[in-house]
Design a protein around this ligand. Structure first.
Ligand SMILES: *Cc1c(COP(=O)(O)O)cnc(C)c1O
Length: 371
């Protein structure tokens, strides 16, 4: 099989997603399965839907369009503000988008009228992490305007934390969102609005018994794929942390000194290369580098140590073992490494599903989507 290769175990992803769906259901929280880290790959998207996520969310309209083309008819949410230049595509393929600018919502309204569609709008509220969001004091008037726009359906409120400044979801900022939501909930018998409290970084708060209030939705990607909450990257009990692995092939394997010699200046990617003197070591090079993934985000197995990386080479200390040329070395990617590997055209994506035939594997190339 070709390398480097991302190996994606759909059974483990199904297990992770359905476990989270069941646990969050206890708190009255639905899951929007976030597909951006795998470019909306239809096989993974369908696995999430089978596991019970109620909608799919992606930050890129291209990924949503790909899922639509592959026949997925689930509710789809664009989880980044639409670009003004893309509103026509957004109303065609996405049912709902997260918004913070009334100019864009107005343009969505025009586009939705032209195509005779109704587009759902969820307004994002700033809760302190200072990425996207309407300041809390401006939310009520924004909701009034959104509710008045033709072919726009106001869906509810959301917030996003821990992405720019690492501000953690807690009872205080979640209660603030809940309070805003209760102020704008229609008094009649209308169905409750969506209150989307955040992403995988909300899970530690939730599982520690956080005060859920009116929050009834979370947008979850990383925890499903990697089995970890996103604040301290601790494994979530009962989930697989090895549903996805990244494998590369050994192209050099030699006993070499660990200390470089000669005049030391800058290296390709670091101003201060440091190599500790451990005497002679088993050094191996695998054919994968910074061009393929975030090499800082790779976790090798216990006996292997990552020594350095350039654009196309990953240098390893392989401990007591000298690796054979052509053998494979696997790593667990973190979110950043996964994102980069998924979007790299040099990395083969291989999906395994034990449910069908043992060892039956299907290889799919996912190339960056051309619009
Ligand atoms: C990426 C993203 C998510 C999902 O985050 P995970 O950490 O992968 O769960 C949720 N909401 C928004 C707005 C995002 O951009």
């Amino acid at each position: 099989m070709s390398t480097p290769r991302l190996h994606i175990d759909l059974d483990k992803i199904f297990h992770n997603a359905s476990t989270l769906v069941a646990r969050l259901k206890i708190n009255g929280i639905s899951i929007t399965g976030v597909t951006k880290a795998f470019l909306g790959a239809p096989k993974i998207a369908q696995t999430l839907l089978r596991a019970g996520v109620t909608s799919l969310g992606d930050s890129r309209i291209e990924n949503i369009e790909l899922m639509r083309r592959s026949g997925i008819d689930a509710q789809m949410v664009l989880i980044r503000s639409p670009m003004l230049s893309q509103v026509d595509r957004v109303v065609v393929s996405a049912d709902i988008s997260l918004n913070t600018e009334l100019d864009i919502v107005a343009a969505l309204s025009v586009a939705a009228q032209t195509t005779r569609k109704t587009h759902g709008v969820l307004l994002m509220v700033e809760s302190g992490d200072l990425r996207e969001g309407i300041m809390p004091e401006d939310v009520e008037s924004a909701v009034r305007i959104v509710r008045s726009l033709p072919n726009i359906k106001f869906m509810g409120l959301g917030t996003n934390l821990a992405c720019r400044n690492g501000v953690s979801p807690d009872d205080r900022n979640m209660a603030e969102l809940s309070a805003l939501a209760s102020r704008i909930t229609p008094s009649d018998n209308a169905p409750p609005i969506t209150v989307s409290g955040g992403n995988s970084s909300n899970l530690a708060w939730l599982f520690a018994g956080g005060e859920v209030g009116h929050i009834n939705n979370l947008r979850i990607g990383e925890a499903i794929l990697l089995g970890r909450e996103a604040l301290n990257r601790e494994p979530i009990e009962g989930l697989f942390t090895d549903a996805i692995s990244l494998t590369a092939e050994v192209i050099e394997s030699k006993i070499k000194p660990s200390k470089p010699w000669g005049e030391i200046a800058q290296s390709a990617f670091s101003n201060h290369p440091t190599s500790k003197d451990l005497g002679n070591i088993n050094q191996a090079i695998v054919a994968m580098g910074r061009q393929d993934t975030d090499t800082e985000g790779l976790q090798p197995t216990a006996e292997i140590q990552l020594l350095g990386a350039s654009s196309d080479h990953l240098v390893l200390n392989t401990g007591v073992k000298k690796l054979a040329i052509g053998s494979n070395v696997s790593f667990q990617p973190n979110y950043s490494a996964l994102l980069r590997a998924m979007t790299s055209p040099h990395i083969t994506k291989s999906f395994a599903k034990r449910g069908v035939t043992p060892l039956a594997r299907e290889e799919l190339e996912i190339l960056p989507n051309a619009a």
